[in-house]
Every structure is written in C-alpha cells, then in structure tokens.
Design a protein around this ligand. Sequence first.
Ligand code: NAD
Length: 316
Amino acid sequence: MELRELGRTGLKLSSVGFGASPLGNVFGSVSEEQANASVRIAFQSGINFFDTSPYYGGTLSEKVLGKALKALNVPRSEYIVATKCGRYKEGFDFSAERVTRSVDESLERLQLDYVDILQCHDIEFGSLDQIVNETIPALQKLKEAGKTRFIGITGLPLEVFTYVLDRVPPGTLDVILSYCHHSINDSTLEDIVPYLKSKGVGIISASPLAMGLLTEAGPPEWHPASPELKSACRAAATYCKENGKNVSKLAMQYSLLNKEITSVLVGMRSVEQVEENVAAARELAASGIDEAALSEVRTILKPVKNQSWPSGIQQS
Ligand code: NAD
C-alpha cells in the first residue's frame, strides 16, 4: 500500500484510509466480529490510517474501533488514529469546555493515550468565528498537553476551509478533511488544492463512493443528495454492472489519482469491502485506471457534475 506524507506533519498515511463510520452502524448493522475482522485485514493489507468520531453511531464507532485496534496487538506507533470533536448525537457544541472534555471521552472509548489527529467535526454547523477564536485555540492546548499530535477541521462546503485558514496564524492547523468533493461526480476539492498547499495543511478526502451513491447497492435512506443526483449515480452503477465493471472500484481509483491528496477515506464494514478497495488501489498502481469506463461514467454524470447539497447554518 502506497504511503503519502500528510502536509508538514511528518505522518505517512496509507493512500487508502479506513473510514470507521460504518462501525457505528451508520450504513446498517455490523457485528463486533465483522468489525474486528475488517480492521485486522485492513491493517494487514497496509492500511495504517483509521478515522472515527464520537458522532458516528452515538460513540459506538469509537468503541468498536478502539477494541479492534487493541486486538491487533501491535505497537501504538504502527497505526494512525483520527477522531473528531464538536458534533455529537445530541447536537453541536464547539465550546472550548466541551471539546476539551470530548477528547478525554474519546481516548477512553478508543482505549488510547493520545490520538494522532483531532478535528473539529463539520464546522459549518457552528459559528466559524467561534471555531477560529475559541475551538482551535482549545485544540492547540490539547496538542500541547499531548492528547493529540495534530489538529484539523472537517466540513462539506469548501468555503469553510478558506474562511478559517485565512484567519488563523500560519501553521496553526495541520490538516483539513473534506468529503464528497473528490469523487467522479464532484471534483471541486481539486480547485482549492493549490490554496491548501500554500497554507501548508495536509489534505484528506473522504467519501470516494459519495456516501454510497457510487455503489451497486445504492445510498442509505438518509442520503441528502437530490433525486436527480441519486438517479444519475444509479444509472452510472447500472452501466458499469451491465458492462462487467464495478462502479465502486472505478470511483475508488479515481479518488486515488491525485497524489496531493494524502489519504482517501472510504467507509468499510466487511472484509470483502476492505479486500475490494485494497485491490482497487493495487490494480491502479499496476495498470492504471480503466479510461474507457471512466469516460462513459463521466458522460452519464455530466448533467449533475459538481452538484452538492446544503449543509450547515447561515453564518452571520
Ligand atoms: P463512502 O463514500 O466511503 O461510502 C461508504 C459506503 O460504501 C458504505 O455503505 C460502505 O459499506 C460502502 N462500500 C465501501 N467499500 C465498498 C465497495 N468496495 N463496494 C461497495 N460498497 C462499498 O462514505 P463514508 O463512509 O461516509 O466516508 C468514508 C469515511 O470518511 C467515513 O467513514 C468517515 O470516517 C469519513 N467521513 C468524515 C466526514 C466528516 O468528517 N465530516 C464526512 C464523511 C466521511
């Protein structure tokens, strides 16, 4: 598995990252055995980066991931764990007091002494000025206290990254996590990669399968995409299936193409999915992407290209 450097952190992340939201039963129920086996096979296949949040499954994902990592019985330095703060089943709270308490709760659930990356989760739902003036300084203190090695922010609208990065001193943030903006249907993250690099932050891109849109099984009930976007993605999946291709493999490979993006976080809930995504990465390295299938899928998705959905609150 290819390792890529994350900004200025010195961390080397596997290009395929393990998104642990499915371990919180977010995409349907996953047994503990299934979770343990998925994490184990991922680690054995060279995946060293695991991402979770207290929000996924109302803390379940952190607990299940913590157990599965412990069961690996390998030195802590061999895997990289990211979690988040500020978003909970009960709602959002980006106050310094809450995020400071949050990391201790996460460490307990994960059974760890520190996390590698702590991120403010979906900052468009909070006041961005509070994020700049209160939350990020609190995270910096947690970094100084050794509870996290690096800090970052996550969100859907790309403008939140530029808003915050333009207002914090250089070097304050180590990483940004963007999602659903670097897939075949929406590649707008690429537009701000030069800006992000100029700010020295590492870039993680999540949801290469557009949270299930680019899968044969289709998205979960709660998926926020418009009916038009869902139907175009369904047509792309059908095209692939009818032509002996796999839309998820193509989507995974597409997301891995841009090496400025350190890790592509894909949500995985079974050994089979881990094996498929690892194989997609290996095949890409060995023989490149299927350009003909990519071109057909791009044509099918053209009418909905870069279509997203609203997320967050109106900033005053
Ligand atoms: P995704 O695009 O990775 O899709 C996940 C879905 O695809 C799940 O249903 C999964 O079971 C399925 N899947 C995975 N591999 C497959 C394969 N080979 N074939 C068919 N289906 C497959 O979306 P995601 O899980 O939402 O995102 C990945 C991870 O990124 C999350 O688990 C989370 O860790 C992170 N993330 C973070 C944020 C944030 O911080 N705001 C937002 C979204 C995602």
